[in-house]
Ligand binder design. Structure first.
Ligand SMILES: Cc1ncc(COP(=O)(O)O)c(C=O)c1O
Length: 421
């Protein structure tokens, strides 16, 4: 049906019509119908070319179809596909874990890892590991946090549009403010709220872990100040609470380092990765010191497809290439930041860490940010918005982007900001 429609020049429209008829509306998608993708470019089903500053929501930090990743996938496909790591060992899984352990910024000499399919699944398992290791049930999370859409992670996530109609939520999840300088929440305010929570609301000795994104992603690209992380970890340590860094969005080079916590000098107890780890295939991980990772008994962790061999092959290629592209991240970041400072409407906040950059518009409503994204799309640039109010325009530029594509994309962004008025 679709090839025939394409012959009639109706490919995009045809897919959109079928999508409306056959796919649940709960998955919200803009009207893009992808045909193929390469590096920082996507072509739609009607042959139109786009620059891609969304990267499938931060999942292709090395660009679409990086040749090393594609080769590794082909090689793996020719050997075996699914095995299930609970049925037989295979080397690509073990190798991803070995490399994550070597790259780990977590506390402790001896690190271990375990693999999952999605960020949400990995966050849930980080909580399971923390509970098994501490014998406690409580989970501490932060305002504007996004940790996934499964029931526990949705409880940990803040934003009604994701949550409406899906309760009741999981028990023993406590939320406190996180610093947000642009809207007047200081590190002192956030730490004072945490101290109050432990005085008034919950015995800190019942909390297993605190889960925080070092740069809040869906919440608005808000970097957590190093002094906040230091104050937080000091309090967590005092009460024997584990610190879990959710690096699903910030990890694998997004901020110009392998892990965002490397910018801060803070050592988490557990680190969760996902998104770009699989180079475009679904893979996520939990890493931390061996005694924590080994707290759940054999059989306590796993999953039918978790750590799929093809996704592991793609991850190993990703981790091979990453050190070669990280040195360019600072230059990409400074080009983006300079341009955002020039084009941002008055009263906006330009912020982020390394090339993980965004501009928050002054008004707390989605209209203008949505209009910028729509105007960009009309001009051939794919952009995402984020933030509790949907008023943040964020950029997920691949670290492999050419200077020409970066400048061309930023030109389109500048024109889109002008279009949106
Ligand atoms: C910080 C963070 N954690 C967890 C998740 C959930 O990941 P997934 O969508 O792969 O389940 C996301 C997804 O955007 C995320 O940004």
């Amino acid at each position: 049906m679709i090839p025939q429609m394409r012959a009639q020049g109706l490919a995009g429209e045809g897919v959109l019509a079928s999508r409306a008829r056959f796919v649940a509306r709960g998955v919200a998608t803009p009207p893009l119908v992808v045909d193929r993708a390469e590096a920082a470019r996507i072509w739609d089903a009607d042959g139109r070319e786009y620059l891609d500053f969304a990267g499938g929501i931060g999942c292709v930090n090395l660009g679409h179809r990086h040749p090393a990743i594609v080769d590794a996938i082909h090689e793996q496909v020719d050997r075996y596909l699914h095995q299930c790591f609970m049925v037989g060992n295979y080397e690509p899984y073990v190798e991803v874990c070995r490399r994550l352990d070597e790259l780990s910024p977590c506390r402790g000499a001896e690190q271990k890892s375990v693999l999952f399919n999605s960020g949400a699944e990995a966050v849930e398992n980080a909580v399971k590991i923390a509970r098994a290791a501490t014998g406690r049930g409580g989970v501490l999370v932060f305002e504007r946090g996004f940790h996934g859409r499964t029931l526990l992670t949705l409880t940990m996530t803040e934003k009604v549009v994701y949550k409406a109609g899906f309760g009741p939520f999981a028990p023993e999840v406590y939320r406190v403010p996180a610093p947000y300088a642009f809207r007047g929440v200081t590190t002192g305010d956030a730490l004072a709220a945490l101290d109050r929570l432990f005085k008034a609301e919950v015995d800190p000795r019942s909390i297993a872990c605190a889960v925080l994104e070092p740069v809040q992603g869906e919440g608005g690209f808000i970097p957590m100040p190093a002094e906040f992380l230091a104050g937080l970890v000091e309090r967590l340590d005092a009460h024997g609470i584990l610190f879990v860094a959710d690096e699903v969005q910030t990890g694998v080079g997004r901020t110009g380092r392998t892990w965002a916590v490397e910018h801060t000098g803070i050592e988490p107890d557990l680190l969760v990765a996902g998104k770009s780890l699989g180079g475009g295939l679904p893979l996520a991980s939990v890493t931390g010191r061996a005694e924590l990772l080994d707290a759940p008994a054999p059989g306590g962790l796993g999953g039918t497809f978790s750590g799929n061999p093809v996704a592991c092959a793609a991850a190993n290629a990703t981790l091979d290439v990453l050190p070669d592209v990280l040195p360019r991240a600072d230059a990409i970041a400074s080009t983006i930041r300079t341009r955002l400072e020039r084009v941002a409407p008055n009263g906006s906040d330009i912020r982020g860490l390394g090339p993980m950059l965004a501009m928050e518009l002054p008004e707390q409503k989605p209209d203008r940010a949505g209009a910028i994204a729509a105007a960009a799309f009309a001009r051939g640039l794919i952009l995402l918005t984020c933030g509790l109010y949907g008023n943040v325009v964020r950029l997920h530029v691949p670290l492999t982007i050419s200077d020409e594509d970066l400048e061309a994309g930023l030109d389109l962004l500048e024109e889109a900001v002008g279009d949106a008025g």
